[in-house]
Design a protein around this ligand. Structure first.
Ligand code: GDP
Ligand code: MG
Length: 438
């Protein structure tokens, strides 16, 4: 049925190509939903969307390249920027040993991560020592020593004192004598930030002059994560973040917001309880993962539109009643230029097969030439192509800067297309579209 066919075609055409501001708004509403659902900080989400929207408005003005893909790229780039731009590894001091301090709340994963990090450094050929500076729970020292035994990495501990500054200093002295490259100081945490804990950590920091102060955050913490990170950062000026328990089904968005708010890079993520479950954090990869989670790629594609709905309806009605003239053709041509690769569009049209697509090498220049020719026609000629006799064709050729042969070719192809539009009533095949060779 013609109506059905045309309707289906226009519906599919609407599914590609041009993005209006309304489309972008709709797409970004979905992005917003996905980010908030992933538990990304609310403030950060708002700022993020403002930036994306600003950049995306520019995309509506771009032609020729798939605007939806461009919008996805804008979202992806901004998300990557929000997560930290690039992967950052551990900073090492020029004078060994490099001192790394692990800080964070109780249960966040400091001790486990200290072990994971030591294992990683050892595998890189850097002799590493662990220092047990969590003296409040006896089990904490045992835990670190067990890890050290498993990894065959030395652990410095002193059960005779509660003076963490002294323990750390002595541990570093021992590391210097042993010519260790790195020492990792495991510290105590509390269930929440308190002044006493911060005070101890500040004194420890002043005494050991760490190259890195790594804030360890439980990836499952939720919105509290950002506030806790800010608290540690204000007191200690942390140099990096490690997110643990990113292997769970936690949405992780809250922890991922830590960089956006504190600008302290997420360096590693913990993805399991085992000691090899530590990964470098790549902002771009994480951005890709979040996008996939929300299936934003599809959502943005959905938000694309080609023909303005009303315009498409009008055109369809008119073509069905009166056939196509060059005015309609011009409208269609303009839409097609916004569509980007014409091959993609052609695939959507009924009756186009693979071998036709192979031949269909669309030259955007030729599309421009065609437009020039049509624009050189008078409105009357566009309505009634039969008016264009030899002398009128010559005038059009001169007016458009094209040859008469090209004008003739276009008129021939146009006639074929008119026929095709009529044939669609009977379900015929589609001849070549003007602008395509053959
Ligand atoms: P600390 O109190 O900050 O030293 O935390 P711990 O290192 O003792 O870790 C607390 C709990 O979290 C332990 O049961 C760890 O096995 C677990 N844990 C730490 N990191 C990860 C991780 O990346 N994934 C999972 N699943 N569990 C982790
Ligand atoms: Mg611990």
């Amino acid at each position: 049925e013609l109506t059905e066919k045309l309707e289906a075609t226009f519906a599919r055409l609407r599914g590609r190509g041009v993005l209006t501001e309304a489309d972008i708004k709709e797409g970004l509403r979905e992005v917003r939903r996905v980010l908030l659902e992933a538990d990304v900080n609310f403030q950060l989400t708002r700022q993020f969307l403002e930036r994306v929207e600003q950049k995306a408005i520019g995309v509506t003005q771009l032609r020729g390249v798939n605007p939806a893909q461009q919008l996805v790229k804008v979202v992806y780039d901004e998300l990557t920027a929000m997560l930290g731009e690039r992967q950052e590894g551990l900073k090492l001091s020029t004078i060994p040993p490099t001192v790394v301090m692990m800080v964070g709340l109780q249960g966040s994963g400091k001790t486990t991560t200290a072990g994971k990090l030591a294992r990683k450094l050892k595998a890189e050929g850097r002799q590493t020592r662990l220092i047990a500076a969590d003296v409040y729970r006896p089990a904490a020292i045992d835990q670190l020593e067990t890890l050290g035994q498993q990894l065959d990495i030395p652990v410095y501990a002193d059960r005779s004192t509660k003076d963490v500054v002294r323990i750390a200093r002595d541990g570093i002295e021992q590391a210097k004598r042993a010519r260790d490259r790195v020492v990792i100081v495991d510290t105590a945490g509390r269930l929440q930030i308190d002044a006493e804990l911060m005070d101890e950590l500040k004194r420890l920091k002043a005494a050991v002059q760490p190259t890195e102060i790594l804030f360890v955050a439980d990836g499952m913490t939720g919105q509290e994560a950002v506030r806790i990170a800010q608290g540690f950062d204000e007191a200690l000026n942390v140099t990096g973040v490690i997110l643990t328990k990113m292997d769970g089904d936690a949405r992780g968005g809250a922890a991922l917001s830590i960089y956006g708010i504190t600008k302290k890079p997420i360096k590693y993520i913990g993805v399991g309880e085992k000691l090899d479950a530590l990964e470098d954090f790549h902002p771009d990869r994480m951005a890709g993962r979040i996008l996939q989670q929300g299936d934003i790629l599809t959502l943005v594609e959905k938000a694309q539109s080609t023909f303005d709905e009303a315009e498409a309806k009008r055109l369809e009605k008119k073509v069905r009643k009166e056939g196509m003239d060059f005015e309609d053709f011009l409208t269609t041509l303009k839409q097609m230029q916004k569509l980007g690769p014409l091959e993609g569009l052609l695939k959507l049209l009924p009756g186009v097969n693979a071998s036709m697509l192979k031949q269909a090498k669309i030259d955007p220049k030729r599309m421009k030439h065609i437009e020039a020719i049509v624009l050189s026609m008078t409105p009357a000629e566009r309505k009634k192509p039969d008016l264009m006799n030899g002398s009128r064709r010559l005038r059009i050729a001169k007016g458009s800067g094209r040859t008469v042969t090209e004008v003739n070719q276009l008129l021939d192809q146009f006639k074929q297309m008119q026929k095709m539009m009529k044939m669609m009533t009977g379900g015929g095949r589609m001849p070549g579209f003007p602008g395509m060779p053959g």
